[in-house]
Design a protein. Structure first.
Length: 454
């Protein structure tokens, strides 16, 4: 009797994968207790732990990390002498933003137009399901040929560094020959891609104070300094007229040498409105993969509804700065802090607080594991060769793992292609991509084990 091809096994597992992803998406696991109850993250962590136990993982544990969140760990032993592969994903998610803008409830997996919608469906609860699918298919097709460690992080989206600090304190825990980070994505649907670089990030909160208390804008406006106006002027100093990031002392002219991102495709992926120009200079790939980018991601100020004619005594903003490979995130933090302190208008008092930081990352794409992955992706995506791209987002754990395990090969794949709209409303995952990438990961593990036996 001929064994069923592993691709057919994965296809048969897809209904179960959808049901499990729906269960996991239902947890409102935003790792910020100011927005959602901590119990939601704890429930999601327990779900992940139970899923690992059901697949015969040993030493399954909820790791209490220094930032107050939990990461989930498990170990699946392979054949004697087999290499060890660490599979990474995270179960925490971004907040849903404006829930009224979602076409279906953000924490309810909903199928629409051939995609599955829900917060975390692609980033990165779907990544955890991808790992499960690959392992289940291998178990059904003769067994998993490597030893596998799984780590599911609980605070990646917050950038608070809990798992990094835990790994540094327990360096033996995540040691592996190869590490597969399941938290990036293909350049576009149907084009198999590994990510070679990640921008790092720093997150700052800046508070501007000008008055002892709010004042009547008619009685005092025009002479009394308004903290909100001061904050707006300060934030405007972070960009040139063309939108280029302008932090004093921070280089912004690096060029990307590799796969390019056509401007028309980028405009479509980013859903830029007709007539609105892109910001910055250089190629799109330069701007999103090789250069720093500052974004004001939140401002504390009075809402329009209920606003009173008052001068604001204090105002606050949260600023994200993406840091490209070749630059140091700690040095960028110092430059950004100094810039904010130096550019405050009218002598306004400025206080800067750092709330998160992660270093950029560059993978070694010449390593043997990349050869195994290229073969696997070409088999999972017939007629397509594996591409290598950058990614503008950050995964701070990558540099920690690279420093702890300098001999380990690190590969980055995942489900967050442009149509997924991660971090935005109506996030979704392509079930076809989930199926093909699960197949690619299963074939990679088999190829990699074989390469180590040669």
């Amino acid at each position: 009797m001929t064994a069923r091809p592993i691709s057919e096994t994965i296809a048969s597992l897809m209904p179960r994968a959808k049901a499990e992803l729906a269960e996991l998406v239902a947890f409102q696991s935003v790792a910020d207790p100011a927005q959602f109850p901590k119990s939601e993250c704890e429930a999601a962590a327990n779900w992940v732990a139970d899923a690992l136990r059901a697949e015969d993982f040993q030493d399954v544990a909820l790791l209490d990390t220094p930032d107050g969140t939990q990461s989930v760990y498990g170990f699946l032993p392979g054949p004697a002498g087999a290499p060890t592969v660490l599979l990474y994903a995270h179960y925490d998610v971004q907040p849903p933003l404006d829930e009224s803008a979602w076409l279906s409830p953000p924490f309810e997996l909903t199928e629409r137009d051939g995609r599955w919608y829900g917060r975390g469906s692609a980033d990165c609860k779907g990544g955890f399901i991808m790992h499960l699918l690959a392992l289940r298919a291998l178990k059904a097709d003769g067994g998993v040929p490597v030893s596998v460690k799984v780590i599911a992080e609980g605070s990646e989206e917050q950038g608070t560094g809990g798992l990094e600090r835990y790994a540094e304190a327990h360096p033996e825990l995540l040691a592996a020959d190869t590490i597969v980070i399941g938290d990036t994505g293909n350049f576009r649907v149907g084009l198999p891609t590994v990510t070679a670089t990640l921008r790092g990030m720093t997150m700052l909160r800046v508070t501007v104070d000008t008055l002892e208390g709010n004042l009547h804008s008619g009685q005092f406006g025009g002479a009394a300094p308004d903290a909100l106006a001061a904050l707006i002027q300060l934030l405007a100093s972070l960009r040139a007229e063309d939108g280029t990031t302008t932090v004093d002392g921070l280089a912004t002219d690096t060029e990307w040498d590799g796969l390019q991102y056509p401007e028309a495709e980028f405009r479509k992926d980013a859903k830029v409105l007709d007539g609105v120009g892109l910001i910055g200079t250089g190629t799109v790939a330069d701007r999103i993969w090789a250069r720093p980018a500052v974004t004001v991601i939140g401002i504390d100020c009075p809402p329009v509804v209920g606003a009173t004619p008052s001068l604001q005594a204090s105002a606050r903003a949260q600023i994200s700065l993406r840091v490209p490979p070749g630059q140091d995130a700690a040095a960028a933090t110092e430059l950004l802090t100094a810039h904010l302190e130096a550019h405050a208008p009218w002598g306004a008092r400025v206080a800067v607080e750092q709330v998160g930081q992660g270093q950029p990352f560059r993978a070694d794409t010449s390593s043997p594991a990349y050869t195994s992955m290229a073969q696997a992706m070409e088999a999972a995506y017939p007629g397509e060769k594996m591409q290598t791209s950058g990614m503008g987002g950050s995964i701070p754990l990558c540099n920690t793992l690279a420093a702890l395990y300098p001999q380990a090969e690190i590969l980055l794949i995942g489900l967050s292609e442009p149509e997924a709209q991660i971090h935005a409303v109506n996030e979704s995952v392509s079930p076809e991509e989930l199926e093909r990438l699960s197949l690619a990961e299963a074939l990679f593990l088999r190829n990699y084990a074989e390469s180590k036996r040669v």
